[in-house]
Ligand binder design. Structure first.
Ligand SMILES: Cc1cc2nc3c(=O)[nH]c(=O)nc-3n(C[C@H](O)[C@H](O)[C@H](O)COP(=O)(O)OP(=O)(O)OC[C@H]3O[C@@H](n4cnc5c(N)ncnc54)[C@H](O)[C@@H]3O)c2cc1C
Length: 260
């Protein structure tokens, strides 16, 4: 059986979307549903796709950018951009749902904490999708709350018969979410409030036999550490791991190219 990954490129599209609704699915996670007529053509083929959200600076209005020689050119001051995962989307309703960790200060977290129906946010992408086929013997998904949208989407999208091991680090028990999936799911929540860490939870876990694929995302140093551990101590081949830094402690607007 071939086990494959594939990168698919998409035409770059940009919209200014409106908030339809905002709910707290857990105390620290806001689920925001966005609408724009262009979302009837929204395309996101992979669970860890990302869009770039743009937030207007105080006193400024969001305006559509134009494509320039060095990427997007915004009229006036460039708005602040941050990466987020399309948690789900509905092309029929022209809606995209984003889950935001309410971690405190930052243009994205502050915007999400206060978002009301009718508020607007810019959205570019996804520009590409990294598709991991569902023919591996098992899937390991490990990450913190910022990876929870990607991990939750993957858990829900994997088909019947797929074997999934998920390790999710969140602040405390109130941050647990419920997933509905036809796959065989083994799920471990790791609570920072109890002094637990992802790496330690992984050390205690047995990996199933056969060829697996690991997706790791979250705080940059933590993701890199788990990747090294899987390669050095669990014998997972680097080609069968995607490890991404989604944020870095103490650094605003962190960017690592999204992949180690
Ligand atoms: C490909 C990709 C997909 C992502 N998907 C999601 C997603 O679906 N949902 C989501 O919530 N996040 C997601 N993230 C992470 C998100 O982009 C970052 O957390 C981002 O820094 C948030 O921007 P901000 O404006 O709130 O804070 P920033 O202005 O970037 O940072 C301000 C301060 O907050 C700290 N900080 C940032 N994030 C966190 C955090 N989670 N916990 C604690 N401190 C933090 C920074 O270190 C900095 O000190 C994704 C990141 C990537 C690269």
């Amino acid at each position: 059986m071939t086990r494959t990954t594939e990168r698919v490129r998409h035409e770059l599209r940009f919209r200014i979307a409106s908030v339809v609704s905002s709910e707290r699915i857990t105390p620290r996670m806001a689920r925001i549903t966005l609408h724009d007529p262009d979302f009837s053509q929204f395309r996101s083929d992979a669970y860890d796709d990302h869009v770039k959200l743009f937030f207007a600076r105080p006193g400024e209005r969001l305006e559509l950018p134009v494509a320039g020689p060095n990427g997007l050119d915004f009229p006036g001051t460039r708005p602040q951009g941050r990466d987020y995962t399309p948690r789900s989307f509905d092309t029929g309703k022209a809606e995209v749902v984003i889950d935001f960790v309410l971690h405190g200060e930052g243009p994205a977290a502050s915007w999400a904490a206060a978002a009301q129906p009718g508020d607007t946010v810019g959205m570019g992408g996804p520009r590409a999708s990294f598709v991991v086929r569902s023919d591996y013997d098992w899937y390991l998904l490990a990450g913190d709350d910022t990876a929870l949208p990607a991990i939750g989407r993957r858990i829900e999208e994997l088909p019947r018969g797929a074997n999934v091991l998920a390790f999710i680090e969140v602040a405390d028990e109130a941050e647990r979410q419920i997933f509905h999936t036809p796959a065989n799911l083994e799920l471990r929540w790791v609570f920072r409030s109890a002094g637990e860490r992802l790496t330690e939870a992984l050390r205690r876990a047995a990996l199933p036999p056969g060829a697996g694929y690991a997706f790791i995302a979250g705080e940059s140093a933590a993701s890199a550490q788990i990747r090294d551990y899987l390669i050095d101590e669990r014998g997972v081949h680097p080609d069968n791991i995607k490890a991404a830094g989604y944020w870095r402690a103490g650094e605003a607007d962190f960017y690592d190219g999204h992949q180690h």
